[in-house]
Design a protein around this ligand. Structure first.
Ligand code: DHE
Length: 540
């Protein structure tokens, strides 16, 4: 087992100095002739929407390879156009073939990536404060629910391309409100009481949604970043609903906020040096964040440098950060069943990184298959190996399972105990529930439409791990699972294009059969969804 390298820093404020040293994006001006100003502006927007997530704002590469101009010029416009249009076997979508980018847009992007990337502006605490709005102050919010729904069984569903979140009652399946959030909203997390949902948009806007309101709506919002993917709350005893954290892609920093008003409190830059060769990285983006249950800390995955940070929120004026060296490029993850071990994918290293949140140290690194993408992972008890965790993969038709109980089953801990053959690559999410006998997974990014629409499960107790699959729709992609509070039904999104009808399919978990479909014209591009009870308790 590799021991962790720990460094304690006090409020590392690298950002301003680094930006000054980088200066302006000089080379861009001379090369602009490849595109007119208007085309350049459009290309910037398309790049932000479709490419920056995997390749980085400065195009230094992460889940996708580096797209720096010197390398791109060697390909030339025609070859780049073909790659963008047709996709790659490595997992890049066929942007043209899938009808997401027009022929004209693929040409635009082929030219754009041969030019120097423009560097977006930094965001100071002052800039962020200007974006902060409290729509309903805490003292004017209801003291108890103004409706009869069970708050713990409400679901929040991301309506990606609408920039909205649907709040749906898990009992009646009624859509009780549609809440405007950030652009291309990405994920939700629940406050530790379960009363609030916190949403983060790709435009970096965080919104606080009060579920006690007759019609749940936004009570506060702030924009700590211009590009973001993660948000979480303080969950440790005594800090419930007190603080929130946003992880930014750009600028590369974390923003600590007040939990009840989203008032910005503190910024910490993530710029630094990679764990692989100590190279300085100007854009280490913040990927997954989880709230430690044992201490007043968050565990923050810093994608490009490959470190997991433990950020102690008990004293923001004397902020302590422990930096644990792991592996690049960190992406998504969640806790094991005990809530002690944070298990996060280093997806381009084909590894799962295990962090001990009690000891704040790297516990293990496990070799899995190509491009693990487990969502928050799935935990269950295997009859032979004891508590185990599983991960799906983007780059291989394999579901990998490892032992995750070093206390009672040390012989299996952090070792792959079996692998299940799936229907194909392109799997994004897995989920189970302690009350379920099944482990579910999707194939949302598979190249074959029929497989994209197919979800499968295997039984926890089946020693052969035979998979049972069903095609849930003849349109869109079946993506992401969430259980209801009782753990007896599982919800899957059918994520279609913005102008096509999408739906949410509800499966009776006992029989594995579809029991209901929520169809509503307001359900535009539903993707991730979260049940309050399961999200508060990290149940997956
Ligand atoms: Fe996600 C989680 C980043 C594309 C749906 N996604 C995450 C997390 C990160 C991330 C860092 C972990 C957050 C956490 O736990 O705090 N996602 C990115 C990207 O950079 C990427 C690859 C490209 C981009 O430009 O955004 C990307 N993600 C997607 C999608 O296209 C998905 C499928 C649909 C959508 O809504 O955009 C998608 N990502 C999700 C979901 C989760 C997620 C549903 C949370 C899973 C959970 O169970 O909590």
């Amino acid at each position: 087992m590799k021991s962790s390298h720990k460094t304690i820093i006090r409020n590392a404020a690298l950002s301003a100095a680094v930006t000054a040293a980088l200066g302006a994006t000089a080379a861009q001006a001379g090369e602009k002739k490849l595109l007119s100003d208007e085309e350049f502006a459009k290309a910037q927007q398309v790049y932000f929407d479709r490419c920056a997530g995997c390749h980085g704002t400065l195009r230094k590469g992460a889940t996708g390879p580096s797209l720096e101009p010197e390398r791109m010029k060697k390909f030339g416009t025609a070859a780049l156009e073909a790659i963008i249009f047709n996709g790659t076997p490595g997992g890049m979508p066929s942007w043209g073939k899938d009808g997401i980018m027009s022929k004209e847009e693929t040409t635009l992007m082929a030219k754009y990536i041969q030019m120097e990337p423009p560097q977006p502006p930094e965001r100071s605490l002052g800039d962020i404060r200007k974006s902060w709005k409290v729509l309903v102050p805490p003292e004017q919010r209801p003291s108890k629910p103004e409706h009869d729904y069970d708050v713990q069984n409400l679901f929040g569903v991301v309506l990606r391309d609408a920039g909205k979140v649907a709040i749906i009652d898990g009992d009646s399946k009624k859509i009780i409100s549609i809440v405007p959030t950030g652009y291309a909203v990405h994920i939700l997390r629940s406050s530790s009481s379960g009363r609030y949902f916190l949403a983060i948009g790709r435009d970096g806007k965080a919104t606080l949604i009060d579920l006690y309101m007759k019609e749940p709506g936004v009570v506060a919002e702030v924009k700590p970043c211009s590009d973001a993917r993660s948000i979480d709350v303080s969950k440790y005893k005594g800090y419930e609903d007190k603080l929130a954290i946003v992880g930014c892609y750009w600028p590369p920093h974390i923003a600590i906020l007040d939990g009840l008003t989203l008032e910005p409190k503190k910024l910490v830059s993530t710029r630094g040096y990679t764990v692989t060769d100590g190279t300085y990285h100007p854009e280490p983006r913040v990927a997954s964040i989880v709230a430690n249950h044992f201490k007043p800390e968050w565990l923050v995955s810093v994608k490009e440098t490959g470190q997991v940070w433990s950020v102690d929120y008990s004293d923001l004026n004397n902020l302590k950060v422990i930096m644990m060296d792991a592996a690049p490029f960190l992406h998504d993850g969640g806790f094991d069943a005990s809530g002690r071990y944070f298990q996060v994918a280093a997806n381009m290293a084909n590894k799962m990184v295990i962090i001990d949140s009690k000891e704040d140290k790297l516990e293990a690194i496990i070799d899995v298959s190509t491009k693990p993408h487990p969502g928050r992972t799935a935990n269950w008890v295997d009859p032979k190996y004891g508590p185990v965790t599983g991960a799906t993969h983007i780059g291989a038709a394999e579901y990998v399972v490892w032992g995750s109980d070093p206390e009672k089953h040390p012989e299996h801990a952090w070792k792959v105990v079996y692998t299940v053959k799936t229907k194909g690559s392109g799997s994004l999410f897995t989920k189970t529930h302690p009350n379920s006998d099944k482990v579910w997974f999707d194939h949302a990014l598979n190249k074959d439409a029929k497989i994209q629409q197919t979800v499968c499960y295997f039984l926890k107790k089946d020693p052969k791990h035979q998979i049972h699959c069903q095609r849930l729709a003849d349109h869109g992609r079946a993506v992401h699972f969430e259980y209801n509070k009782a753990g007896d039904e599982v919800w899957v999104s059918i994520w279609d294009k913005k102008d096509n009808p999408s739906e949410i399919v509800i499966i009776d978990d006992k029989t594995g059969k579809v029991k209901q479909r929520i169809k509503d014209k307001r359900l535009i591009t539903p993707t991730g969804k979260w049940n309050v009870h399961n999200t508060v308790g990290d149940i997956y």
